[in-house]
Design a protein around this ligand. Sequence first.
Ligand code: ADP
Length: 480
Amino acid sequence: MLSERYRNLLSTIRIRLVLWMIVVVFGLVMIAMFGVRQLYRNRLLEEFDQGLQGDVKVISQEVHQFYPNPDWTRLKQSIDKIAFAHPLQAWFVEIYDESGRKLAACGHDPKLEPFNKHESASAHDSLPYRLIVAKIEESGLPVLYFRIGADRQSMEDDLSLLDRSMLARSLIILLLAPLGGYILALRATRPIAKIIATATRLQPSQLHERLPIRGTDDEIDQLSKTINGMLDRIADYIDRNREFVANAAHELRSPLAAIRSSVEVALNRQRSPEEYGTLLGEVMEECQYLSNLVNRLLILAEGDAGRLGARNRTTRLDKIVRESIDMFEAVADSHDVRLTISGLTAAVVPGDEFHVRQVVRNLLDNAIKFSPPGSQVDVTLRADAEQSRAVLTVRDQGVGIPAADLPHIFERFFRGDKSRQREPGRTSSGLGLSICQSIVQALEGGITVASQVGAGSTFTVTLPLAEQPPSRDLLENPAA
Ligand code: ADP
């Protein structure tokens, strides 16, 4: 339980930032301390050696005063005095001639290895002494070697004083680092805590709260903006879905009410076979409408679920256009509308035949529905091989669409002014164009409209070509 709590604590950004800060600060302090210590140590050694070099000069002058006949006993006494007064601890000097013979040893006795004139000072680094070896050559005098050194404890004492003071300071820094780190991490993560609190409060039924934007335009602001954008889209989607369900329920309620009332009329008393026939016919008509409506709703639901895509299927669009025109010919005739094809190129497009057929039929249905008697509805299908697109247009000379309605005609359940509809009634559900758009977009195509009130409308559908079409126009050879 406790370890779980610690694990949860460690997984917070705040604590991880603090830990990282401690590691980084500790690392930097260590590097800086080590650098300063090395610098200081080198400086101390340099000073120590300079002092010994000075001693070499002094002793050399002292020794040379005794030449040409040096009295080594007196000389030793004289140097011992220097050693006694020397500020360095355990100061000593050993004097050797050219052959390596020891001529005198004054001051402290360091008990060093026998002298070797090629030895280097660093050979004695392991001893508690710091020493230098100097060769003394002066004209007219014999060559001498001095081994001069002293206890380096004083230098080590200085160093350990430095170590202690740096350690104390770095401990203070290390204590302050987590505190500073925590304050910084708290400041940096407070907006995140706000985001979490707001996001936790959000419910699908109340998605209208938004995260605060502080105006700093930093990563947190960017994140808040991104989440707010996402919330806008989700809220919009939920609102549209809610509206869709309400509209769908409303649309289903009217035919159901009509069916119910027909059945009630049939049941309330004994009727003639003709009356029953009429009532059943009405029920049948409403059932037909209901079935159409449900099918349309299902297509839209498939579109929302992303299941209207091509899924490796292709369709001969020209075939579908011709079949649909044949099918609508009788309806068009009955409304005294002339249905013509002014161009029909072979075109294979991706998509399910059923869905592509829905698009063509909805457009033809609308075109005939909104056309006055004596007018013409013209269909063309071109295959633009260069752009690899099939372009289908359905042009009517009907009532046209008011500019105010144009942005809405692809919305679900949108129906324009009913008085403009040539045949107001049950065939219109306001779903036809939204289904067209859903299908066409799922097939990576597009649908547009150009319309003028009183002059007519032109709907243009573009779909990608699935295969390169034969270039000829099928109207010249409809059997192809
Ligand atoms: P419906 O299924 O009711 O026909 P649509 O979604 O197909 O619904 O059309 C929505 C609205 O767009 C129609 O009610 C009508 O106002 C307008 N509309 C569509 N096609 C045409 C057209 N060819 N001419 C004039 N108005 C049209």
